[in-house]
Design a protein around this ligand. Sequence first.
Ligand SMILES: Nc1ncnc2c1ncn2[C@@H]1O[C@H](COP(=O)(O)OP(=O)(O)OP(=O)(O)O)[C@@H](O)[C@H]1O
Ligand SMILES: [Mg+2]
Length: 225
Amino acid sequence: MTHPIVELRDVTRSFPGPPEVQALKGASLRIDAGEYVSIVGPSGSGKSTMLNILGLLDRPSVGEYRIEGHLTGDLTEDQRAAVRAHRIGFVFQSFHLMARRTVLDNVLMPMLYSGVPRAEREVRARQVLDRVGLRHRVGFLPGTLSGGERQRVAVARAVVSRPSLVLADEPTGNLDANTTGGVLDLFDELNAEGLTLVVITHDPAVAARARRRIRIADGRLQEVA
Ligand SMILES: Nc1ncnc2c1ncn2[C@@H]1O[C@H](COP(=O)(O)OP(=O)(O)OP(=O)(O)O)[C@@H](O)[C@H]1O
Ligand SMILES: [Mg+2]
C-alpha cells in the first residue's frame, strides 16, 4: 500500500509570545505522490511556518504530521535529520549554495549523508546538472553564475538524492521574470517525471503554475478550486 507523501492532521503551531501567535491553526493537508502543490498567501500568513513543519525543521504544537506514513512526532532530532536527508529536498529564495565550492561539489554534498556509494555520486551529480541545463558550468563557483543558473544548481542539489518531496520557499523571489519562467519550466518538467513538489510563494503567477493550489490566510489553509 502506498501512503500519501504528506499527511497533516489538525496541526496548530503557536509561538508563546507574549503575545501568543498561532501561525498555523488546525491545518489538515494530504499530498499524494506526484502532486505539484502551491501554497500562496500574504506576508505573515504562516507560509514559512508551514514549510518548516513539512520539512521537519520545526514541530507542530498540536496535531500530527506523517511523511510517507511515518509519524514524525516521536522522532529524535537525529532521526528527523535522517528523514530530511533521505526524503526531502529544499530550494530557498536565496539559493544557499556553498560559495567556495564548485557547482559540482554543491550538488555532490547532499549525497554524502544519504548513503549513495561514492562511485555513483559523481555520475548522478553530473546527470542531474545535465538535466537542469548546466553541464557547461560544473566547475564554476556559484558567484560567477547568474541568478537563474544558481537557482537551477539549487534545484539540482534538491533532487539529486531522489527525495520523496521537494519543498521550495519563494524559489523565484530573487529572480527576474524571464529567469523565473525558466525555473518554473524546470519544475513542470520534474513534476512530469514524477517529482512531488510543494512551492510556497506570495506571487499568484508562480502559484498558478502548480496543478493544485492552496491559499493560506492567517494560519488557515483553503483549497483553491
Ligand atoms: N519564531 C517565531 N516567534 C514568534 N512568532 C513567530 C515566529 N515565527 C513566525 N512567527 C509569527 O507567525 C506568523 C507567520 O509567520 P511566517 O513566517 O510563517 O509568515 P510567512 O507567511 O512566511 O510570511 P512572509 O511572506 O513575510 O515570509 C507571523 O505573524 C510571525 O510573526
Ligand atoms: Mg516566509
